[in-house]
Design a protein around this ligand. Structure first.
Ligand code: HEM
Length: 297
C-alpha cells in the first residue's frame, strides 16, 4: 500500500509557505524530481515542519511517474459573462507548514536551495492562520471539511489506480476586495457565503441564495456529496491579501466541477463570492505518495 504525504493531513500549523517553480531551460523533468527527492527525503515531518510537494502532470509523466487518470494541466475556466479563472501551471509546488515563521523560513531556504540548480521560482507566498481558522472575510473556513480520517479516503487515490497513494491538488491565489465585502451588512455577507458569520451555521436552504458560495460548491452525485480536503490559508500585506486556496482530491474531476460551478460555466449562477475575490493563479499538481518520493531516480 502506498502512503500519502503526511503533511497533507497535518492540521494546526500557524505558519505556511508556498513555492511554485518552472523547469530551467535544458533541465530534464527527471533531474527536477531527483532534486526534490534529495530534500524531501530528509525534510518530511522533521523539526515540526511538514513539507508537501507536487508536480505538474506532464512533468511527473516525463520523469517516468504514474499520472492519475484524467489529470491534466490547469486549463482556464471561463464563465458566460467572461469571468475567468486563469491558468498559471508550473512544474513543481512545495508547501511548508509549521509552528512558526522562523522554522518555516529555515526550511524554505533549504527547499529553495535544493531547487536552485534546476528551477526558476515563479511564485512564493507566506500564509498564516487567521484567528480561529477564519478566512480574511471573517468567516470560518473548513467547517465542512471531512475529518482527517475521512479525508485520507476522499483525498487519496485508491489502491489499484494510477498514482495510488497520491492526490490531485488545486493550488490557487485568490485576491480579496475586503473593502467591498465589508461594505455589505453581516446578513448580506452571510448570504454570499451561505453560512452565519460568528459560528458558521449553514443557512436554511430556503433562505440561502442559489449563488451563495456553498450552494455552488456543494455538488451532489448519486445521493452523495463530492468531497475535497481544503488546506487553504490567508496571506498578504495591507495592499494585497486573500486566500491561498489548496484543495486535495482523489480525482481532478470534482475540482473541475466545483470551479466550473463557481464561474457559472455549468449554466448555473456565478458564485457571489467571486464578486469579492479574484482568482489570479491556478494550477493542478500531483502529490506523489511517499514511496515515489523515496525511490531512487
Ligand atoms: C476566495 C476563495 C474562497 C473562500 C474565501 C472560501 C471560503 C469558504 C467558506 C467561508 C466556506 C464555509 C465554511 C466551510 O465549510 O469551510 C467554504 C466552504 C467550501 N468551499 Fe470555499 N472558499 C473559496 C474558494 C473555494 C474554491 C476555489 C473551492 C473549490 C475548488 C471551494 C470549495 C469549498 C467547499 C467544497 C466547501 C464546503 C461546502 C459544504 O460542504 O458545505 N472554495 N469556503
Amino acid at each position: 500500500m502506498a502512503h500519502p504525504q503526511p503533511g497533507i493531513f497535518a492540521l494546526g500549523a500557524s505558519a505556511h509557505w508556498h513555492l511554485e517553480a518552472t523547469l530551467r531551460e535544458g533541465v530534464t523533468p527527471a533531474a527536477l524530481v531527483d532534486a526534490v527527492r534529495s530534500f524531501a527525503r530528509e525534510r518530511a515531518t522533521t523539526s515540526g515542519v511538514d513539507l508537501v510537494v507536487g508536480f505538474g502532470a506532464r512533468t511527473w509523466a516525463a520523469a517516468g511517474g504514474e499520472v492519475p487518470d484524467g489529470m491534466t494541466a490547469f486549463q482556464p475556466v471561463v464563465g458566460p459573462d467572461g469571468f475567468t479563472v486563469p491558468a498559471t501551471q508550473c512544474d513543481v509546488w512545495a508547501w511548508l507548514a509549521g509552528s512558526g515563521e522562523d522554522v518555516v523560513f529555515d526550511h524554505a531556504r533549504t527547499v529553495a536551495a535544493g531547487l536552485d540548480s534546476v528551477c526558476d521560482v515563479a511564485y512564493e507566498q507566506h500564509g498564516f492562520a487567521y484567528r480561529d481558522s477564519r478566512d480574511l472575510t471573517g468567516f470560518v473556513d473548513g467547517t465542512e471539511n471531512p475529518s482527517v480520517h475521512e479525508a485520507v479516503t476522499e483525498a487519496t487515490i485508491p489502491d489499484g489506480r494510477p498514482g495510488a497513494g497520491g492526490s490531485v491538488v488545486v493550488v490557487q491565489r485568490w485576491v480579496h476586495d475586503l473593502a467591498a465585502f465589508e461594505r455589505l451588512t453581516v446578513a448580506q455577507q452571510e448570504a454570499v457565503i451561505g453560512r452565519t458569520k460568528p459560528d458558521s451555521t449553514e443557512l436554511d436552504e430556503d433562505d440561502r441564495p442559489d449563488d451563495a458560495h456553498i450552494s455552488r460548491v456543494v455538488v451532489e452525485e448519486e445521493g452523495g456529496e463530492l468531497e475535497i480536503f481544503r488546506r487553504s490559508t490567508p496571506f498578504g500585506s495591507l495592499s494585497e491579501h486573500g486566500l491561498q486556496f489548496v484543495g486535495f482530491s482523489a480525482d481532478q474531476r470534482r475540482l473541475d466541477l466545483m470551479l466550473a460551478r463557481m464561474a457559472g460555466a455549468d449554466g448555473g449562477p456565478r458564485d457571489r463570492l467571486t464578486r469579492f475575490s479574484a482568482p489570479v493563479r491556478s494550477a493542478y499538481y500531483f502529490t506523489p505518495p511517499l514511496e515515489a518520493l523515496r525511490a531512487e531516480g
